[in-house]
Design a protein around this ligand. Sequence first.
Ligand code: BEZ
Length: 234
Amino acid sequence: MEEKINAMPRIGDKAPEFKAVTTQGEINFPNDYKGSWVILFSHPADFTPVCTSEFMTFATMAEKFEKANTKLVGLSVDGLYSHIAWLRTIKEKIEYKGMKDVEVKFPLIEDITMEVAMKYGMMMPGESNTKAVRAVFFIDPKGIIRTILYYPLSLGRNFEEIYRVVLGLQTADAFSVALPADWQPGDDVIVPTAGSCGVAKERMESKEEMKCYDWFFCTKKLDRQKILDTVLKK
Ligand code: BEZ
């Protein structure tokens, strides 16, 4: 049991497979999502305040993620009817920070057996034996885990950061670049580090539009619109 709880997929691993019941019907994960990016995220429990603020924020941003070819899938260790009742309450009764009448259209997995939560290392007994922590798995169109974030029960996630991760991963892939601290679309990007002495010398002498802080640290401009045209669906 302890070993199962502690099993944690890592960046670069294939996303563990599972079939589950959700508020949008059954899903076969990650096969049903081939060709799309997916954010699989857990929350501790239905009918709790931090989770409610998170769901309202995520649901309000869902169209932005859809445009970036990214599907959202939530999970908690609660049953289907609790999920349905909570999502109905959110839509019918909760007004928060200007958000109201919020309909959560993405699937929310019922996981009372904790089978999926355990597969994904979402149970952290030091934090809670019965509630999943706030985990976020970014999975690419080939079903590979590309980024993992974990937050505790008491701290709501930053959804603008989650969106930045989606754009960052897709930008790094599409343009074969790396992205510096606090990068936002439109900021300079990092060109791959020189892999030979010759390339290092060329870099330092190059007239190309590049800024080298040293031979191993060169950046170039990458237009924000070019990124958005590549990453976002029209
Ligand atoms: C919340 O979402 O508010 C919450 C859930 C579990 C423990 C603490 C807070």
